[in-house]
Write a protein that binds this ligand. Structure first.
Ligand code: EPS
Length: 398
């Protein structure tokens, strides 16, 4: 069945839970490696007050023994510290709504003024909820913390095969990087992005991004942007051209699109490919030192041709829309009486694009691990490595 997972948990509920199945035995797991990724997701200029409350850390409850995976399902839990303030409003058990104090507290958090752009309206109609909080709590991007924990696990596995994943932010609102200002070297690009408050590898653009976030905050508006995720050292041949649902570009696009607020995903040249001619678009192949060491000077394909990885870096771009919870709310309706009313506002981020980049890394890592396991199989790390090494040794000789 491969590597799969299920998450559960509400934004202001007790905790986020995830069960990951299909992890081979013998992989060294250190909770700190997962916590490091969770901390990265919490950062970024433009985040709201919630991130001051939370300090996301994972508790591994099963599937790991003496620091190594056993092959059994892995259960991970991330506590919501804010739950302490929401115990009654988010109580699992029945509450006494007759009690005036209880009713007042719950009503204070009840939502009926739908936010355009959020899951509010369609979610309330679909699930027949009167209180939109029932929709908000699960549709909130808070749940991406659980996916980042799975992604961190996936990245630990990929590292065993020399595969590295990182991301950087290329645009927030109208503040964008100039590609010529970016370091050519990936190590440098990665380091500069990690040092930036907006996770952008260009100092000038970082400042422009911070300025636009500040002015958006002042006017009560919100911002979206673009991020790029890069995977290095991916072997040739993950995914396949033989059937639609085995194409790795399709799988990556689905995974990226599943991140809340993502409206567009591109691979390599992305939508720019529409304007390039064949001669401009395709990455010529040459053989380095005539040794059948196939190389490309360009990578407009973003590391994927015919639904398969081609050995070049995988480059994925995703566009995130501006957050729909705004201090200066848009016109909308009140679901209780159908009358016009401005949309609901509660504490939120002005911009979460830097965090979305970290979630993007997690989603790409998950897809690559799934593809790697599908191709190489193995119930233990040893078996997987033997299969992987055998394949790499042989295809490189061709
Ligand atoms: C988030 C937690 C949330 C928001 C944000 C993401 O916390 P709260 O709603 O308590 O302030 O900061 O959620 C959204 C953008 C959203 O649309 O729900 C997190 O942990 O990432």
């Amino acid at each position: 069945m491969g590597f799969r997972f299920l998450t559960s948990g509400e934004s202001h509920g007790k905790c986020l839970t995830v069960i990951v199945e299909g992890v081979p035995a013998g992989i060294e797991i250190d909770e700190n490696q997962i916590n490091k990724q969770l901390a990265r997701r919490q950062q970024g200029y433009g985040r709201g007050g919630r991130m001051q409350i939370e300090k996301d850390t994972v508790v591994i409850n099963s599937g790991v023994r003496h620091g190594k995976t056993t092959g059994a399902p892995i259960c991970m839990v991330i506590e919501n510290k804010d739950w302490a303030n929401w115990g009654l409003v988010m109580a699992i058990e029945q509450i006494n709504i007759e009690d005036e104090k209880v009713k007042e507290l719950v009503d204070k958090k009840r939502i009926s003024h739908v936010r355009p752009g959020h899951a509010d309206l369609a979610g309330a109609l679909k699930y027949n909820h009167e209180d939109i909080r029932n929709v908000l709590e699960r549709s909130s991007a808070r749940k991406t913390a659980a996916r980042v924990a799975v992604g961190a696990l996936a990245q630990i596995i990929l590292e065993e095969f020399g595969i590295e994943i990182f991301s950087h932010i290329t645009r927030i609102g109208t503040a964008a990087i100039n590609k010529n200002d970016l370091p050519q070297d990936y190590t440098e690009l990665r380091e500069q992005a990690e040092a930036s408050e907006t996770r952008c590898a260009c100092l000038k653009a970082t400042q422009a991004m911070k300025d636009i976030i500040d002015s958006s905050k002042e006017t009560g508006d919100s911002l979206g942007g673009l991020f790029e995720v890069i995977a290095l050292n991916v072997p040739v041949g993950l995914g396949s051209y033989v059937h639609w649902d085995r194409r790795i570009d399709g799988l990556i696009a689905q995974a990226m699109m599943s991140i809340p607020a993502i409206k567009s995903v591109g691979i390599g040249a992305g939508e720019q490919c529409a304007e390039l001619t064949g001669a401009q678009m395709h990455d010529e192949i040459f053989s380095k030192n005539d040794e059948k060491n196939y190389q490309r000077k360009t990578n407009n394909a973003g590391g994927i041709e015919g639904g398969m990885t081609n050995g070049c870096p995988i480059i994925v771009n995703a566009a995130m829309k501006a957050i729909p919870t705004m201090k200066k709310p848009l016109n909308s309706i009140n679901l209780d009486d159908g009358q016009e009313h401005i949309a609901h506002y509660e504490r939120s981020d002005v911009c979460a694009v830097p965090a979305a980049g970290v979630v993007g890394e997690a989603m790409l890592a998950i897809v690559l691990v799934q593809a790697l396991f599908e191709k190489f199989g193995g119930d233990s790390l040893l078996e997987l490595k033997m299969n992987f090494d055998n394949y790499c040794d042989n295809y490189q000789k061709r």
